[in-house]
Design a protein around this ligand. Structure first.
Ligand code: GDG
Length: 486
């Protein structure tokens, strides 16, 4: 992974340039790190968004605006790995109000079917407005005349509207990575109209799943009396297109990892370290209440207790990546999950033979790929999820068409990976049946399901997602220039 010294390589020119393509996301695509000599440096973040946008950002010499991850002053704009990075400063209060409060304790649970109670706090709303304005103003400063600006995710829903006021010449796209809720739920939001108007500041609004797009259309009709025809929303004399663009992964790169001899050797070693069980069931999630970790553990616990899974032959590996650890609901979830894991292990494990390996940490991509290779069954059971890239990564890793994916109907990925064992995670009996069916599936059944999913993914990789969205926005821009010239 490329490492650039920080901030010595800052390019002064980056601060003064104006860009034809500007991306805004809560986080910059780099993380603070230290190099081999202990000096601070930046390291490219592992996330899928970075991978997706990197080639386009490089070829179009784009700029990326985002938070650098620590409260306090922002570093000077700099270039990393060919992308111009413009850090946004967040104070400690901004982190509390905008990020942990309004974004992650209000909007996040509400947009995920309120599977946890959203918290409404007026001070957080002000923080959200203030930080969204900061992002919008930064974009207004660096975008070239007529530039394309692509705003990402639920943290920045006011930005399109704010930016349109500041710079009506820009073409603005917005993509929501998480679900968009039904009207009745959305309408709980005290900022509901402000957020909807913010989103409608974009020319193109993209969602992961057709149901999210439909919810957005209905909301515009319901709340603003907007006219919706053919996916276009007429709002304040403008046309806003809302459509579905399911995100994906870098399939070729995932396959490359899966075929790497070192990764394959590591997968074999993992199985040995787990005691060479007949069945390895794997789950990989951020430790988030939307991911259905507790339901999955309950299903596994009941299957062991009923003797439908043999604890001497079955191991579950649960990777639970630490996330949002300062938020109360996440601390409470961690306690509940850890209690459940120790209860299952107390009741069903033996000496040197754990039923659940619970790993509360993050892993690099190679180790994750080795885990995917080592797993007979991958259990992805969110209560609600925008897409779920882990499910796609598992399928892309299984180059020999073995393995079995149990996938929640409430993950966006279920609309595409239709051959998985699709489950309703709220239906514990259904979930248990799906897990045992997947455990018992023979090689032929595994191939029958895996082959079409792999073929689908090869055709729908992340590059197609990024170029599809950008191409659509570019196309809209061309339509308008032609209309203006006519
Ligand atoms: C949001 C939406 C939507 C996981 N553990 C480690 C690690 N990961 C990587 C995975 C995967 C990514 O993180 C997780 O993506 P998901 O899609 O599963 O979930 P969210 O983080 O909730 O993402 C989601 C996504 O945005 C994209 O639009 O699909 O619905 O909620 O790529 O491999 N990466 C590393 N170490 C880990 O331990 N490096």
């Amino acid at each position: 992974m490329a490492i650039t010294p920080h901030p010595a390589r800052t390019l002064r020119q980056a601060a003064s340039n104006r860009y034809d393509l500007v991306v805004l996301a809560n986080r910059l695509p780099v993380d603070h790190d230290t190099d081999a000599d202990g000096r601070p440096c930046w390291r490219r973040s592992p996330g899928g968004l970075v991978t997706a946008l990197h080639p386009i950002m490089k070829s179009r010499a784009g700029a990326w605006i985002g938070w650098h991850g620590r409260p306090g002053p922002a570093p000077t704009p700099f270039v990393h790995d060919g992308i111009h990075l413009h850090p946004i400063a967040l104070t400690g209060d901004d982190v509390d109000g905008y990020y942990e409060g309004q974004s992650n304790a209000t909007i996040w649970p509400l947009y995920h079917d309120a599977v946890e109670q959203p918290v409404f706090d007026r001070a957080w709303q002000d923080g959200y407005r203030k930080v969204n304005r900061r992002f919008a103003e930064a974009a207004a400063r660096v975008a070239a005349p007529g530039a394309l600006v692509w705003v990402h995710d639920y943290h920045l829903q006011l930005v399109p509207g704010m930016l349109r006021e500041l710079r009506p010449d820009l073409r603005i796209g917005f993509f929501l990575h998480i679900p968009f809720p039904p009207v009745e739920l959305f309408c709980q939001l005290p900022m509901r109209e402000e957020i909807l108007r913010g989103l409608l500041g974009a020319d193109l609004v993209g969602f992961q799943h057709p149901s999210a797009t439909r919810n957005f259309h209905s909301l515009a009709e319901h709340l603003l009396d907007a006219k919706v025809t053919d996916g276009k929303i007429w709002h304040e004399g403008r046309e806003v297109v809302a459509d579905t663009f399911p995100i994906s992964i870098d399939v070729a790169d995932q396959q490359r990892l899966a075929l790497d001899p070192a990764v394959r050797a590591r997968a074999a070693q993992i199985r040995r370290e787990l005691g060479d069980p007949r069945t390895v069931i794997l789950a990989v999630d951020r430790l988030d209440y939307t991911k259905g970790i507790e339901r999955r553990l309950s299903a596994y616990e009941e299957l062991l207790a009923e003797g439908r899974l043999d604890p001497a032959e079955t191991v579950m590996v649960q990777v639970a990546v630490p996330t949002r650890q300062r938020i109360d609901q996440y601390q409470a979830l961690r306690e509940r999950v850890e209690r459940a894991v120790s209860r299952i292990n107390g009741d069903h494990s033996g000496i040197g033979r754990l039923c659940v390996h619970y790993l509360h940490r993050s892993y690099d991509r190679a180790e994750l790929a080795a885990l995917y290779l080592a797993a007979d069954v991958m259990a992805v059971t969110p209560l609600r999820d925008g897409m779920n890239l882990v499910a796609k990564e598992y399928v892309a890793t299984r180059t020999d068409h073995t393995g079995a994916l149990v996938l929640s109907e409430f993950a966006g990925a279920a609309a595409e990976l239709e051959e998985a064992w699709l489950v309703n995670p709220h239906d514990l009996d259904g979930l248990k049946d799906a897990v045992t069916d997947a455990v018992d599936a023979d090689a032929e059944e595994q191939r029958r399901r895996m082959e079409p999913m792999r073929a689908y993914l090869r055709r729908h990789d992340v590059n197609r997602w990024a170029t599809g969205f950008m191409g659509r926005l570019d196309g809209l821009a061309e339509d308008w220039s032609a209309a203006a010239a006519a």
